[in-house]
Every structure is written in C-alpha cells, then in structure tokens.
Design a protein around this ligand. Structure first.
Ligand SMILES: Cc1cc2nc3c(=O)[nH]c(=O)nc-3n(C[C@H](O)[C@H](O)[C@H](O)COP(=O)(O)O)c2cc1C
Length: 393
C-alpha cells in the first residue's frame, strides 16, 4: 500500500482504500431513511443490476433474473403480503419501544419498513432458475446471494439504499401468482429501493476478526497476526467453545457463575472455592484445583476481571497484568435462547505451557496446539454440560 500525495491510501491493486472501505463498512440496512418521495430512474436500476451481475455464479451459469416492480397496485399487493409476514415486528415494536432492549432499534426499523414497503419507488426482486434441492450442488440460490449483496453496494455507492428484505419468501406462491412467474424459480429477496435521506452512515459494531477467526483448527484463535503464519506464544493463542441453548441468559448465568460447575464435565479441572468474602464481582478471588492424572496436580489463584450480569464473567490466573491465562464466559441472547461462548487465552508467562513451547522454536506451534487440543476438548464438554443442565437434555 502507498499513500498518494493527497494522503489517500492506494492499494497495490490501485484502489483508493478509504473509499472502498467506506463502501464496505457503511452499506447498512436502510429503512427509516429511505426517501420515498424521490424518483429512482430505470437507468440507475439497470446500472446497479449490471454491476451486481459481475458477482460469482456456480458453474458460471447465468440463471439470475431480476424483476423490478413499478406498478403501484402491484407494490401495494406485495406490501400487504409483506405486512402479513411482518406483523411479528409490529407486535414486537409495541412490546419493546422505550425499553432500551438491544433489539428495540432494529425491531422499530423493521416494523417501519413493514408499514411503508409499498412506498418505495421501486421494489427489486432477485430470483434464480432452480429450486434448492439440498443436493449440495452450487448454482442454485447460493449463486444469487453474492449478486444481491453487490446490488446493495452498487446502490449505496450511488446515494441509494435498501434493506435485504426476505420476508416475501414466505409468500412465494402468492408472489409468483401476482408477478406471473412460472414454476421452477426461487425468489430470494425483494429490495425496497430508494435514495437515502443523507448519505452519512456508520460502520456497525461487529466482533473483531481476531475473535471469530480460527487458525488451522476449529476454535483456535490468534489475538495478533503472526509474522510467518504459525502459532507463536507472543501472538496470544486462544481457544473458543460455543453452544446455543434454549434457556434464556438468566438461567445460563446462574450455572456459569458456579465456579465449581466445570468440574462436572472437565477431565482436568477438579473444582474451585472462593477465597474472597462477600458477593462475587470484579476483584473477587478464588482458587481452582486441577489435575492431569499421573502427571501433574496444580492450583491456580484466580481474580475476577469482568462480572456483567447475564453477559460476561472473566477471570485471570495468578496476576491480572501478566495472567497465566484469561478465561471468559460470554452470554448473548440468540433467537429465543442464548449463545454461550467459553474462551481462554494462553498468557505470556505464569503457566506451564509457555516454557515448554519456547524451549524449541521449531516445536512452539506443536506444543501450543497439543495443549489447545486438550483445552478445547474440556471446554467443549463444559459448554455441552451447561446446555444439558439448563435445557434439561
Ligand atoms: C438473510 C437476511 C435476511 C434479512 N431479512 C430482512 C427482512 O425481511 N426485513 C428487513 O427489514 N431486514 C432484513 N434483513 C436485514 C437485517 O435485519 C440487517 O442486515 C441487520 O439488522 C443488520 O443491520 P445492518 O445490515 O445495517 O448492519 C435481512 C438480512 C439478511 C442477511
């Protein structure tokens, strides 16, 4: 990458990265800021579809078809169908408005679209020849999704916006009837297309790549990029195990904050006792007992470094500044239940793994990964055990 005279970041491929990144990070689902009073020309829609058609297709076949709905009567009928599916959003808005619930904003925005869908100057539907048959072959609707997103990006670059509206997929027979579509097609999305009111949109909060990217093995994280691609102590090696539960975060929280609970499922962790007084919270301490049978028994002094009810419980081993390990449970609502994420980070010192890993640089990755194999297996048992407790499986 080089910086141009005017300070732009120009990539090796000649792209202005500030502009490219702005497009990729600020193409939002737009609903309340769609300008229904401003006309969108066919010309612009053709242009955006031509750009979107550059997206990949399985087998390089040309099976995508676009239907632009301009006729107000048809838009109204599609709007009614959309609203039939979307009543869940209208009802949920009634419950969530003013509560500060994390989904309040998206529900209110989605409900607004349900009520105003037919006002868009154009509804643009993407369909593809073929019916998904679970055959695993590419080329059916998997081939439509990349171009659907390119269409979003093309709109955004030209001052227009939309939301990736899929609810009409639940009314595919009625839609086919209204639009005169023959059998053998799958519809994927029907975009309400309009200019946006203003063009300033922000990047959305998303998990950083380092938390959701695994290297070589499922669940093996790397805090920082590695110089040579191999796992090195210095880059912060971690492990993640996740599970979805039917139970709500409240029930899961009570289980994961029982510090001896993992002993029921882990083959290494034997139990723990609080060593501080009072209700647990940040700064509380406990001692954990561990054993690798016939090899090694050891105890760890742990300090709680995050305690957010129903959201996060983190503790550090030995020393908060130079922890031997950082262990953490994260909880989030997922569907009607919860997603539990159990993660750990191998510290730079104060543990048994690092001296072994650093003894021979040629074996550093192997030592780290062998240790992580064991940790992952135990952590997986723990999250499955938590699920069994809270869901009663
Ligand atoms: C597969 C898929 C289906 C979606 N269906 C709808 C929909 O039917 N109605 C709607 O208003 N938004 C829909 N969305 C948009 C999401 O709600 C939106 O992307 C999400 O809230 C995140 O907002 P952002 O894209 O601005 O980051 C859908 C998105 C995807 C990827």
């Amino acid at each position: 990458m080089q910086n141009s005279d005017s300070g732009e970041r120009i990539s090796e491929a000649g792209f202005d990265l500030d502009q490219v990144d702005r497009l990729l990070t600020t193409t939002r689902a737009v609903r309340k800021r769609l300008d229904f009073d401003r006309w969108v020309s066919d010309d612009l829609i053709f242009e955006c579809i031509d750009l979107a058609e550059q997206a990949p297709t399985g087998g390089n076949d040309a099976s995508r078809r676009w239907i632009v709905i301009r006729d107000q009567e048809l838009k109204d009928q599609l709007g009614e169908l959309y609203a039939e599916v979307g009543t869940i959003f209208i009802n949920a808005r009634g419950r969530l408005d003013g509560t500060g619930h994390p989904k309040e904003h998206i529900v209110s925005s989605s409900a607004y679209l349900v009520e105003n869908y037919a006002k868009a100057p154009a509804l643009v539907m993407l369909a593809i020849w073929g019916i998904h048959d679970d055959s695993g072959r590419p080329g059916l609707f998997d081939s439509a999704i990349p171009s659907a997103w390119s269409f979003n990006l093309a709109l955004r670059s030209r001052g227009l916006g939309t939301a990736y509206a899929t609810m009409l997929n639940n009314k595919s027979e009625e839609v086919a009837e209204l639009l005169g579509m023959p059998p053998g097609l799958t519809t994927l999305v029907c975009f309400p297309v309009a200019y946006t009111k203003g063009t300033d949109f922000s990047a959305a909060p998303r998990r950083p790549a380092s938390e959701i990217t695994y290297f070589d093995q499922w669940g093996f994280t790397r805090q920082r990029p590695s110089d040579d691609g191999t796992a090195r102590v210095a880059d912060g090696q971690g492990v993640v195990a996740e599970i979805d539960t039917d139970a709500r975060p409240r029930a899961v929280w009570d289980v994961i904050t029982d510090i001896s609970m993992p002993a029921q499922f882990s083959e290494e962790f034997l139990g723990a006792e609080w060593t501080s007084e009072g209700d647990p919270g940040v700064g509380s301490t406990f001692r954990g007992r561990n054993s690798i049978p016939d090899v090694f028994d050891w105890e760890t002094d742990c300090i709680v470094t995050a305690w957010e009810e129903r959201t996060a419980f983190e503790w550090r081993v030995t020393d908060t500044e130079n922890p031997g390990a950082v262990w953490r449970f994260d909880l989030a609502e997922q569907g009607g239940g919860s997603r539990l994420r159990f993660s750990m980070l191998i510290g730079q010192e104060n543990n048994g793994t690092v001296p072994m890993a650093l003894r021979d640089p040629a074996k550093e990755q192997r030592v780290l990964n062998r240790r992580r194999d064991v940790l992952r297996a135990n952590m997986q048992r723990v999250v499955e055990g938590v699920k069994a407790i809270v869901d009663g499986d």
